[in-house]
Design a protein around this ligand. Structure first.
Ligand code: DQA
Length: 147
């Protein structure tokens, strides 16, 4: 079974970007621990980060047929992108939405997500542990499905 983990704009700056909000782990740290966790759980984990909406949409399209679940932190595109919403709907791959920070305790414009009502689950405020929790959740989900 395989999972695609997508990170959107500015998440390449993790570790140095507003560390009081996003913590000190880098994206590389996050992706390495995801890979490690994946191999412990016998799951293939592909990772992708882009600052460009269209590239993220293209990557979601490519996932069709060879990916069982998507874990996505769309960054600021969460609050603006009908295109990412439609791409996820178009490939019909179940997904978990992750935010490092608690978006609901922040500015009003972060409270609205174009994805949440279509997500299997939404995780926010757990810091980078949110990715770990998401992978663990997906591993359990995929294990019970058995197809
Ligand atoms: C974020 C929250 C978004 O509002 C913000 O634009 C991000 C990161 C998070 O992980 O907490 O870039 O998705």
């Amino acid at each position: 079974k395989s999972i695609l983990m997508i990170n959107g704009p500015n998440l390449n700056l993790l570790g140095t970007r507003e560390p009081h909000i996003y913590g000190s782990e880098t994206l590389k740290d996050v992706e390495n621990s995801a890979q490690q966790q994946g191999s412990d759980l016998d799951l293939k984990i592909a990772t992708f980060q882009s600052n460009h909406e269209g590239h993220i949409i293209d990557r979601i399209h490519e996932a069709r047929g060879d990916c069982d679940y998507i874990i996505i932190n769309p960054g600021a595109l969460t609050h603006t992108s009908v295109g990412i919403r439609d791409a996820l709907g178009g490939v019909a791959i179940p997904f978990v939405e992750v935010h490092i920070s608690n978006v609901h305790s922040r500015e009003e414009f972060r409270h609205k997500s174009f994805l949440s009502d279509k997500a299997v689950a939404v995780i926010c405020g757990l810091g980078t542990y949110g990715y770990t929790a998401a992978i663990d959740f997906v591993a359990r989900k995929l294990a019970v499905k058995k197809d």
